[in-house]
Design a protein around this ligand. Structure first.
Ligand code: GDP
Ligand code: MG
Length: 166
């Protein structure tokens, strides 16, 4: 099995940290340089039976000024072309306006969407359940995966879930 996953989310939620965990090497940080093409390959996870290609999606984040219609279209086009969208949020920061902007874009696409709630090492379990509910009320996510990219908590479960959608 092989497929593309668009890993999206606001800056500092932990996307590069997750990729570094998955790939076992510092590829993600290096690839931050190349922003020339529409979609950047951030890393490739390869096991005996699966290959998962993680890509970045420029134009998906709310800019300071309103995105042009062309940029929005391009971002949505990308979401339609991948097998899965992995939308990462920060458990500690909670739900915010930037999240709503991305959810609005997700609604324009038919691709399955995972919600990755990262940094669960920073929150009490009692805080996690209300947060999951908040997000669940915003969008019909195909899977919700709480994890800690830094500690590698739940990362293997995430990979198992991803391969089901390839
Ligand atoms: P990106 O901008 O989405 O690529 O975010 P980074 O991967 O660069 O991470 C931003 C910051 O969050 C860094 O200081 C990471 O060490 C930290 N971070 C990432 N994942 C976790 C996590 O699971 N737990 C904690 N406590 N910190 C994390
Ligand atoms: Mg990064």
């Amino acid at each position: 099995k092989s497929g593309f996953v668009a890993l999206i989310g606001r800056p500092n939620v932990g996307k590069s940290t997750l990729l570094n965990q998955i790939l076992g090497q510092k590829i993600a940080i290096m690839s931050d340089k190349a922003q020339t093409t529409r979609n950047r390959i951030q890393g490739v996870y390869t096991s005996e039976s699966e290959q998962v290609i993680f890509i970045d999606t420029p134009g998906i984040h709310k800019p300071k000024h309103k995105l042009g219609e062309y940029m929005t279209k391009t971002a949505v086009q990308t979401l339609n072309e991948v097998d899965l969208v992995a939308f990462m949020v920060d458990a500690e920061k909670g739900y915010g306006r930037g999240d709503q902007y991305i959810i609005d874009l997700l609604e324009k696409s038919k691709t399955p969407v995972f919600l990755l709630i990262n940094k669960i090492d920073r929150v009490h379990p009692d805080q996690l359940l209300p947060l999951i509910d908040t997000y669940r009320n915003q969008y019909n996510f195909d899977e919700i995966v709480p994890l800690s990219a830094l500690q590698g908590m739940n990362v293997s479960t995430l990979l198992e879930q991803i391969t089901k959608y390839l």
